[in-house]
Write a protein that binds this ligand. Sequence first.
Ligand code: CO
Length: 180
Amino acid sequence: MATRTILTDEDKGLSKKSREVTDFNKRLHILLDDMRETLIEADGLGIAAPQVGVLRRVALIVDTNIEVTSDETAMDEMMVELINPEILSIDGEQSGSEGCLSVPGVNGIVTRPMSVKIKAQDREGNFFEYEGNELTARAICHEIDHLNGELFTAKVERYLTDEEVEEMRQEREEAKRKKP
Ligand code: CO
């Protein structure tokens, strides 16, 4: 496994539509393994292949609702690999802060569905359905947008100041500590 460089929004590839994956081969597996390592290092909630310069419909999201067996492997256990993901249905609405590894230092308010049902394929090509709620729904929609060449900045209703971002971070930390 190796980490790959995350492209920033100055790279034209990020505004291109990615192509479907048809070969579930070793090359795909290496890409997925590298994306996993890259996402862990970047400490993000999701990453899409075009962000590492590969215009294929491959994405990874972190679903914090997945129960993990150990703290050490938590990030790895919470990651869901989505190949050729397609939205089947959406429900509700949420408005909240969003950022992107390709747009460092920028956070803004984006409205997303509260829950989303998708179908996708795993690394062997098997189809499965998945449902994400709240933050996971946000991450899934954000990553599928990447596969269509869309950045979250196109959907930002209001950008957040550094102070607001810091406040939200502290609130999250506080909420974590209160968890039993
Ligand atoms: Co992003």
